[in-house]
Design a protein. Structure first.
Length: 329
């Protein structure tokens, strides 16, 4: 069905330094669009399709929001989230399900423990097992079920690529990216995920994140509501101390990571980045995206410098900091 770009067509995006020695290098591809949507920087191959993974969640949430379901504020954020499974996150997920008269048993995402350590430890202490509702994609799945309920679509097969909801998601993705996916496969949570090039992904994200709430078109009004919900509730999109939440709260960006080293980010002025680390590691993706925005004058270097210590980029040796994961763009 195809494959992503190769090392020969990638560029170095970050290094891992230990005691001044470059221990590892992250190569990948990245594209930057200016506020008018013009490509202003390309690193590596930005045309060959990649799987956006959870960076596709804004398109999935938007498909729900244009299917007769109103999501605002925290609800819009949790529908777009890769959350850490805290009680507050889980409460929002259960709230979406309750609007459809459903319990967590309706979720078809896998059972997982929370990624938030305190929340995971509490589940273990109380003898509970991993659950679908604490899986990081449960907000997306709850929103999908709510859309099915609102439209009298079947619930048991809502992840089937031929289901009306999944066809709507594909339509929204194609309309906003301007590209027909090169492949459609199954994501880790069980939902379809569609392969598009990084430039197409960046264009789609930029259209969502720069839309006006006064647009005559419902798609763009809902896009504006989605963007506002995420930016106002950075904690909900990921969790305390996680890069997306940190950068949303500290820099006012729209930021959404995807598994296997994918990252999309839009600055307040509309400048947008999409990137993929070829080795699939996410550890440098957020700082690389932020530094690309700095390089285009869309973010202040001092602001990113101030946020960087919260991004988990320290390299440890014997329990002390001996190096750094560093962007090279």
């Amino acid at each position: 069905m195809g494959e992503t770009f190769t090392a020969a067509s990638a560029a170095q995006l970050a290094v891992v330094e230990r005691g001044g020695f470059v221990e590892s290098r992250h190569v990948g591809s990245a594209v930057v669009l200016d506020p008018d949507g013009e490509v202003v920087r390309e690193l590596g191959d930005v045309v060959t399709p990649v799987l956006p993974r959870s960076s596709m969640k804004p398109f999935q949430a938007l498909a729900v929001m244009t299917s007769g379901v109103t999501l605002r504020g925290e609800d819009a954020a949790i529908a777009t989230a890769s959350h850490s499974g805290t009680p507050h996150h889980v409460s929002l997920v259960r709230g979406l399900l309750a609007r459809a008269g459903l319990s967590a048993s309706a979720l078809h995402c896998p059972a997982e423990f929370p990624t938030d350590r305190a929340s995971r430890d509490e589940l273990v202490r109380t003898g509970r097992r991993a659950e679908p509702v604490t899986m990081n994609c449960s907000g997306k799945h709850a929103a999908m079920l709510l859309a099915c309920h609102a439209n009298a679509w079947s619930l048991d097969d809502y992840l089937d690529p031929e289901h009306p909801l999944q066809k709507r998601i594909l339509d929204v993705l194609e309309r906003l990216t301007g590209e027909r996916p090169a492949a459609s496969v199954i994501d880790g949570c069980g939902a379809p995920v569609h392969a598009v090039g990084l430039t197409a992904l960046a264009r789609g994200i930029q259209k969502i994140t720069t839309s006006s709430s006064s647009s005559p078109f419902a798609l763009f009004r809902e896009s504006a509501a989605l963007t506002e919900g995420v930016r106002a509730n950075g904690w909900a999109i990921a969790g305390a101390g996680r890069p997306d939440s940190v950068l949303i709260d500290r820099l006012g960006v729209f930021s959404k990571f995807g598994a296997e080293g994918v990252q999309v980010m839009t600055a307040p002025d509309g400048t947008t980045v999409a990137l993929k680390m070829l080795d699939g590691s996410p550890r440098a993706s957020a700082i690389v995206a932020a530094r690309l925005l700095v390089a285009e004058g869309a973010l202040a270097a001092a602001d990113v410098d101030a946020a960087e210590p919260e991004l988990g980029l320290d390299v440890l040796g014997g329990g002390r900091v001996v190096g750094r994961i560093r962007s090279t763009v």
